[in-house]
Design a protein around this ligand. Structure first.
Ligand SMILES: Nc1nc2c(ncn2[C@@H]2O[C@H](COP(=O)(O)OP(=O)(O)O)[C@@H](O)[C@H]2O)c(=O)[nH]1
Ligand SMILES: [Mg+2]
Length: 108
């Protein structure tokens, strides 16, 4: 039987790929402090609290027109939701990422 799917969704740059890497135990998903680095779904095997499941990293969920790249990324994420058992909606580190970027720009 297929494992249950847990899908990680949320705005760009909130730490979705970092969480995915942590749950899979390997640094396979790209982590960056620029939004939009994850453009497609990534599947991995995870084990937590005695449960085996498939964990799915997704592109950031942006409210953009379907014809644009962010809009197509959102469509990918919405398609992934169809097969999911659980959705983890990450709202975490958006302000942190923005603050780091602004600080770096400030430093030049
Ligand atoms: N302080 C802090 N930074 C984090 C955490 N998780 C991710 N980050 C940073 O936030 C930025 C975006 O992370 P990423 O996983 O690429 O976010 P994604 O775009 O949602 O997949 C990166 O610079 C990470 O190093 C966290 O738990 N704490
Ligand atoms: Mg990502």
């Amino acid at each position: 039987m297929a494992l249950p799917q847990v899908i990680i969704i949320g705005r760009p740059n909130v730490g979705k790929s970092t969480l995915w890497n942590r749950l899979v135990g390997k640094k396979l998903a790209l982590v960056d402090d620029q939004p939009g680095v994850t453009r497609d779904r990534r599947f991995g095997d995870a084990h937590l609290l005695g449960l085996d499941f498939t964990i799915v990293d997704t592109a950031g969920w942006e409210d953009e027109d379907a014809a644009t790249l962010p809009g197509r990324m959102r469509a990918q994420t919405e398609a992934a939701l169809v097969g999911a058992t659980v959705a983890l909606f990450v709202i975490g580190t958006a302000l942190f990422g923005t603050a780091v970027r602004r600080f770096r720009m400030h430093l030049g």
